[in-house]
Write a protein that binds this ligand. Sequence first.
Ligand SMILES: C[S@@+](CC[C@H](N)C(=O)[O-])C[C@H]1O[C@@H](n2cnc3c(N)ncnc32)[C@H](O)[C@@H]1O
Length: 359
Amino acid sequence: MTPPGEKMTPLGEKLIRRIENFGPITIADYMAACLGDPEHGYYMAREPFGVAGDFITAPEVSQIFGELIGLWAVECWRRMGSPDAFVLAEIGPGRGTLMADALRAARIAPGFEQAATIVLVETSPRLRAVQNDTLAGHAVRWAERVDDLPDGPTILLANEFFDALPIRQFLRTPEGWAERMVGLRDGELAFGLRPGARIDGVGDAAPAGAVVEIASISTAIMATLAERLQRFGGAMLAIDYGHAETGYGDTLQAVRGHRFDHPLAHPGEADLTVHVDFAALAKVAAAQHARASEIWTQGDFLIALGLLERAGRLGAGKDSATQDAIRAAVERLAGPDAMGTLFKVLCVTGGDLVLPPFG
Ligand SMILES: C[S@@+](CC[C@H](N)C(=O)[O-])C[C@H]1O[C@@H](n2cnc3c(N)ncnc32)[C@H](O)[C@@H]1O
């Protein structure tokens, strides 16, 4: 699958040897290696963010994104009774931009940051170092996994985290289910099928040709977090691209240098993601007796939080180039042809906590 005239990446060579020795691997194993291989994994080795990287996330589009979420977190804290100790956690914080902007906006609430134990859940040592720089001056600690978060009432943020978690894919064939695998054809990485798969209770009504994606890692993490919110109180905001209803389809995609890439072309050197099944996440949270909000679009959510007013204040008195840049950022974050509709927001809360704009 290497493009003509190109050499396979070092991780691609490693995966080819692994498959030669041990046989084809699942899509989940392929994603886990591409994103998390300790030596060559995308988040371990690359600088993915920004114009010079592969993609731009919402906090990197405009400071307003993190600021609005910071104000939302303050409202959440107040409705929790302004506890004098709580956990403020972010999962998959990238460069740490969202948390830095959120903490700056949260300065309007005396006592908020002093009460917060700020924890970043991050697997990449390289990104931890970047987050350390971005959040200089704040007392921040790191956790490897959500299970390692300290006990206590919690406000959790997750922007573009769930889309990076490995999934398995199953294809409905006339003979039954087959798992989509990564194997070798003519010595190169290639997709194939392993027949005889069982996916009990899922996709029973799927027509031949349908692809079902099973995100067991995402749902396990959501179950852990929802159970925690129900036990200690608090809220979680999950923002990502994906669908509000569970459906069929292959959503695995690779992005490299701001362009779509074939998922097998540059292992470890392209970002690999899938669309998040928000309905499945909400169902898992509800099964833990936590409260799952309706699924909002990012555009509606940000506008309800005051995106336009904040943009107006930020641009007031500035030169026209700055005002144009702010308008473009607003369009990108909330416009229906940009991130406004594709990106969704789910809020999960423990106990009776109901938060604006969700209820
Ligand atoms: C697409 S980036 C999102 C970054 C950031 N939230 C933003 O909006 O700019 C995904 C982040 O999740 C982290 N990550 C990926 N898999 C992870 C895992 N299993 N546990 C914790 N963090 C993970 C990556 O290292 C990276 O920081």
